[in-house]
Write a protein that binds this ligand. Sequence first.
Ligand SMILES: CC(C)(COP(=O)(O)OP(=O)(O)OC[C@H]1O[C@@H](n2cnc3c(N)ncnc32)[C@H](O)[C@@H]1OP(=O)(O)O)[C@@H](O)C(=O)NCCC(=O)NCCS
Length: 211
Amino acid sequence: MILLERPDGIRIVRIFTPEDSLPYRASFAGAYQDIFSEPPYNERFFPSEAQSILHRNLETPENICLFAVKGRARVVGFGIGVPARSKPDIARDLRGLLPVQHTFYLSELGVLESARGQGLGKTLVDMRIAAIEHQKYTHAVLRVSAVRNLSYDMYMKMGFEDIGVYTEVHARRVDGRVSTDRRLFLSKLLTRRAKPEESLDGETEGFGTSS
Ligand SMILES: CC(C)(COP(=O)(O)OP(=O)(O)OC[C@H]1O[C@@H](n2cnc3c(N)ncnc32)[C@H](O)[C@@H]1OP(=O)(O)O)[C@@H](O)C(=O)NCCC(=O)NCCS
């Protein structure tokens, strides 16, 4: 499903099933490998691993998977999210801090270096947030590298808060070693959208536990 066509020809498409993803799968895996091999992550993923990350996300109920696509099927960016309760490690880290059953986890975001600085990153965050069922989820969370980078600033400008919770991620690095790196959780309180039967001046008041 095409959600947006930008004047530069890049389309934001939403993928719902592993079958929908077939034309994009190889390109997604290449983009995923490239993007996360850079600092601060320096992670090494094999194409099969990147493809299975995509597959697992697409098999998760209520997933939101967006690709920024150039030309026929070249993935230049991606933004993925799933309910936090479907990720045991995330749910464990957040328990007692946020209402896990009502928290949506923005699991993956990346834009190829050649396509950065043109608003795609922000669009992929905004459009995932817009696609979350706001009657059901009160918070969106994500993890960024504890090493400050552009993405931290981007999320702060977009209304995310640093909740001061860190976690360690084990990963294979580009030098072949397995090591841990620190990630920081950021959270955003979602606003309740007016239901059609509610007044037209809309209710934008937040609800749930404030982060
Ligand atoms: C983070 C990332 C997705 C941003 O993608 P992008 O398409 O460049 O993002 P945008 O063009 O929407 O820019 C978002 C903000 O990033 C910053 N930014 C982007 N490009 C920049 C540049 N060349 N110089 C300085 N700031 C820049 C700005 O703060 C910008 O906000 P502004 O337009 O209000 O000034 C991209 O850099 C990326 O893939 N990084 C590696 C993977 C990663 O860190 N993922 C996030 C992990 S959760």
